[in-house]
Design a protein around this ligand. Structure first.
Ligand SMILES: [Zn+2]
Length: 270
């Protein structure tokens, strides 16, 4: 597939998602609005008080938040199944991807891409749409809670999502986090266009071993059928960088762990 046809596919996906809500029973696609976490209603869900995650199932009519295949989860190595073959995850992130916009949607800080990079996963192409942050992490590894989790959200032409999860631990500065934080602060409800190139390859851990399982969006409508790829090894960012992210997002913008309900988590060798 040529680069031009891939980019045209990205725009086709966006147009389709803007026009129609594709979900009917058995369908696992999401709308652009859901994907970009653009719900700004202050009486809607939140991470605090009576609209916090434990109430989402009750207050979000028609959402999947009470479903059996929800995210995040606590990944316990003892209970995972190791795959023998090398994984078919391939990331095609340009060294000069254009970031088009940063926004604070009241739930997280999110960066969007004009022409997304893409990944190949499970035999399909998924285009990068946006990345955003949670503090502290949503996925736990053997019960360990990392201070930051980064979600790289990708979508295919059918509206199915694959989210790459990168955990962050505190240590030395991260150049790419520093670059992104150069566009902060940004007030809640605001967005601003930006035009800068970045290399998302710098954000990936050097050891690409990852866990995979089928889960959901971690925010309402908690849509299921999401492919999760959680890298086992964290990246390093500084305490200052963690604190800057924290000060630009709602406090504790994470959902607590959800039951596995018999799902299998695979370990994919790097
Ligand atoms: Zn997220």
């Amino acid at each position: 597939m040529s680069l031009n046809s891939i980019w045209s596919a990205v725009y086709t996906v966006k147009v389709i998602l803007l026009i129609v809500v594709l979900c009917s029973s058995g369908c696992q696609s999401v709308t652009e609005r859901e994907l970009n976490h653009e719900e700004m209603d202050i009486d809607h869900w939140s991470y605090q008080g009576e609209t916090s995650p434990e109430h989402w199932e009750a207050i979000e009519n028609g959402a999947d938040c009470g479903g059996k295949q929800q995210s995040p989860i606590n990944i316990i190595d003892l209970n995972t199944v190791e795959l023998e073959l090398k994984s078919d995850l391939k990331m095609y992130y340009s060294s000069e991807t254009h970031i088009s916009r940063v926004m604070n949607n009241g739930h997280t800080v999110q960066f969007e891409f004009m022409r997304g990079d893409y990944i190949l996963y499970d035999g399909d192409i998924y285009h990068l749409v946006q990345i955003h942050f949670h503090e502290h992490a949503e996925h736990l590894i053997c019960g360990v809670v990392y201070p930051i989790e980064i979600h790289l959200v990708h979508i295919n032409t059918s509206g199915k999502l694959t989210v790459l999860s990168i955990l962050g631990m505190e240590g030395a500065d991260s150049q790419i986090i520093e670059l992104l934080e150069g566009f902060l602060p940004i007030a809640m409800g605001e967005s601003k266009p930006i035009d800068v190139e970045c290399d998302l390859n710098q954000m990936l851990p050097s050891d690409r071993t990852f866990y995979s399982y089928s889960g959901s969006l971690t925010t309402p409508p908690c849509t299921e059928g999401v492919n999760w790829v959680v890298f086992k090894n964290p990246i390093v960012l500084s305490l200052d960088e963690v604190q800057k992210l924290r000060s630009n997002m709602p406090i504790n913008n994470y959902r607590y762990e959800q039951p596995l309900n018999g799902r299998v988590v695979h370990v994919n060798p790097a």
